[in-house]
Design a protein around this ligand. Structure first.
Ligand code: ATP
Length: 684
């Protein structure tokens, strides 16, 4: 019966192609022939010292319970103590020639007797099962290889495109994790020192990431010769580390301890090589402590080749990115340097401007002591200068050309608290209209055709000093508005500029025009006039202070004789009389030039000839325009009080009122206003 069935069995065995089919055969045909209740086959593990259940999918099988105990040793199978009373095991080694390929276990009930015939036929069946097992393993391996090839091919495509760590993590997570069902993984690379290893890529959902030493372990450098890594490096095959055993031995490296504390039980490590050069390792962790089949380990080895290339590509890409960043940084730095150069150039230019300006100024600076004038008119001017110099008040100097307006402006500046800073002069008459604005407020680069450089204006140049606006009466109307705004706001805006610049400038303005007439005729804004006319100083024409002519002539004679190296110290009486008679349309400047010319012409020590214009010429050169109207003291006083009242917006008494501004008691101002006929409607 057994023989007949054995023949049939031979045919059935030839059809077996998988563990499942073999298990069905053992559980069906053979079970009936040999009378056992349960059966299974254990195969040797990769380390050759353990066995594992070939029918590993049979979870409810009694062998599954005792599998853990069984797989730990290649020794004959032992029943679990709980089962030993119920069952009697028989076991046969399955050999392929001399080679041990597995162990066949048959479980009979403890009370059952196994027949002699059955026992005799067992070795024959074991041979048949061994041959079938070999076939089915070979077939399964073939199928595994095919599957492996498919996997490798698809991974090849994935790995080839990887350039960044997150791409690699995606492939590991979505493909490799499913394939091997691991819980944690990391990639480490060998450092440039070739002696240490550092973490390169960590699992984003690492089991260990909450461990207190995890971060520190990720950042650490590990020596390659620690007994674990060198084992991995020396072998091309994956290395298996059972952390339970390591823990039991108590000599785990710290990284294993961290993994063990976090629940990891098995670690598989494979070296990463690029053309025989070891570049790092890949580590896979399992929390359930399951072994991998030799097929799975081989697959890991194959995948490690692809992984090595991906890691090299990422490193190369990172190096390129770092180089590019370095390049960008250098580019930014060179831009910054160019900007700094530009800035230095601009500062240099500004300094140059200031220097040139100061040099010019030094050349033209006059000493206060050089202001000549003994007559009452000039004494009055000196008193006004002394009063206003120490304040920050705006001063308006009025007077015909050449009467010394600039000289007085300088005297005010030199006697003010701003004397350590410069007084900047702008001649509103000599500049082309389109340049006055830029001259006053400056411009930004490119703000108009020809503005190739940024330039600061005279307002900025005079910051904390004094700005002398000469010939203010010539200022074009559109700029009068801008000037007014600058005076009111105490801030300016460069042409083409986007921001306003605060300036602290004391203003002294001068004009030889009849500014009141200009205002009355609408050529000069009255609001600007009121802003400027806070403290007017009128310089009398030379013809109305003839008492000063001899001293002025003597002063210039002395100055030019010295300058020209001559010993001239007298002016003939007749010539002096001529000077006193002359109308002096060009005022002191004219006298100065005439004396200079005379010194050049004089050979002795006395000036006997001063080339005054002939009476005809005098008529021609006589100014057609009356520069400012001659007024009585009352008229002047009335005008001054009225201006002050307008300035004070009609406020007569109290803080900031006209009486306070004029420095008189309220009652004095009221009686003066009454006497001079000043009524509310005149100033409100
Ligand atoms: N009181 C004075 N004592 C000595 N020199 C004087 C006096 N007043 C004017 N000058 C000289 O006369 C010349 C003209 O003076 P300044 O330039 O100050 O006149 P100005 O009124 O500003 O003329 P303009 O209106 O034409 O600009 C200068 O060389 C100056 O030194």
């Amino acid at each position: 019966m057994i023989c007949h069935d054995a023949n049939n069995l031979n045919v059935a065995c030839l059809r077996v192609r998988s563990a499942k089919q073999l298990f069905q055969l053992l559980n069906d045909r053979l079970k009936r022939l040999l009378g056992y209740t349960y059966t299974t086959i254990f195969l040797p593990g990769t380390n050759k010292t353990t066995l594992y259940n070939y029918f590993s999918d049979l979870q409810h099988h009694p062998f599954a319970r005792s599998a853990a105990a069984t797989t730990s040793s290649i020794n004959p199978y032992l029943l679990h103590p709980a089962d030993s009373k119920k069952w009697k095991p028989l076991q046969l080694d399955l050999l392929n020639g001399e080679k041990f390929i597995g162990r066949w276990i048959l479980l009979y009930g403890a009370q059952e007797t196994v027949s002699e015939t059955c026992l005799e036929s067992l070795p024959g069946f074991a041979e048949l099962i061994a041959a079938t097992l070999t076939n089915s393993i070979d077939y399964e391996e073939m199928l595994d290889r095919e599957k492996e090839n498919d996997i490798i091919q698809s991974l090849n495509i994935d790995f080839a495109t990887i350039r960044q760590k997150q791409d690699l993590l995606k492939v590991i997570h979505f493909k490799l994790k499913n394939l091997f069902d691991f819980s944690d993984q990391f990639v480490a690379v060998i450092n440039d020192d070739k002696l240490t290893l550092s973490s390169f890529l960590q699992d984003t959902q690492s089991w260990a990431d909450e461990h207190p030493k995890y971060k520190q372990s990720v950042a650490a450098k590990y020596p390659l010769n620690d007994g674990v890594f060198n084992k991995v490096i020396l072998s091309k095959d994956p290395q298996v580390f059972d952390l339970r055993q390591q823990h039991a031995r108590g000599n785990m490296p710290e990284y294993f301890q961290i993994l063990y504390d976090s629940g990891v039980r098995m670690v598989f490590m494979v070296g990463l090589h690029v053309r025989d050069r070891m570049i790092g390792l890949w580590c896979i962790c399992q929390v359930d402590g399951q072994h991998m089949s030799s097929g799975q380990l081989q697959l890991i080895r194959k995948i490690s080749v692809q992984l090595s290339i991906a890691v090299e590509n990422i490193k190369a890409n990172e190096a390129i990115a770092a180089k590019e960043e370095e390049g960008r940084l250098l580019l930014r730095m060179s831009d910054d340097i160019a900007n700094i150069h530009d800035l230095i150039k601009r500062y240099k230019q500004q300094l140059e401007e200031k220097k040139i300006y100061l040099e010019e100024e030094i050349g033209t600076t006059h000493n206060y002591a050089e202001i000549i004038g003994n007559g009452p008119e000039m004494q009055k001017v000196f008193r006004l200068v002394s009063k206003v110099a120490g304040t920050d008040s705006t001063v308006l100097i009025l007077g015909e050309t050449g009467t010394g307006k600039e000289l007085i402006a300088r005297a005010i500046h030199n006697n003010s608290s701003r004397k350590e800073r410069i007084m900047v002069k702008v001649n509103c008459a000599t500049l082309p209209v389109h340049l006055v604005e830029s001259e006053l407020f400056g411009h930004e680069r490119g703000s108009f055709t020809g503005a190739i450089e940024r330039r600061i204006g005279k307002f900025e140049l005079a910051n904390h000093g004094t700005l002398f606006l000469d010939e203010i009466g010539e200022l074009p109307p559109e700029l009068q508005v801008k000037l007014l705004r600058a005076l009111q706001e105490k801030e300016i805006e460069r042409i083409g500029g986007k921001t306003t610049i605060k300036v602290d400038v004391r203003i002294i303005a001068a004009t030889n025009r009849d500014i009141e007439k200009e205002v009355a005729e609408g050529r000069f804004r009255n609001d600007l006039y009121y802003r400027l006319n806070i403290f007017p100083i009128c310089l009398p024409p030379l013809r109305s202070r003839t008492e000063d002519i001899p001293v002025l002539a003597a002063h210039f004679m002395q100055r030019f004789s010295k300058k020209l190296g001559k010993q001239i110290n007298k002016i003939s009486h007749s010539k002096l009389q001529e000077l006193l008679q002359y109308s002096w349309p060009g005022n002191i400047r004219e006298l100065e030039h005439l004396v200079e010319r005379s010194i050049l012409l004089t050979t002795g020590d006395t000036i006997t000839d001063i080339p005054l214009p002939s009476p005809r010429q005098q008529n021609v050169s006589q100014p057609a325009q009356v520069y400012f109207s001659l007024k009585t003291i009352d008229e002047n006083e009335r005008e001054h009080i009225l201006n002050t009242l307008i300035y004070c917006k009609g406020k007569i008494t109290g803080e900031g009122g006209a009486a306070q501004r004029l420095g008189v008691p309220n009652s004095t101002l009221s009686s003066k206003m009454k006497r001079l006929g000043i009524r509310k409607e005149h100033f409100k």
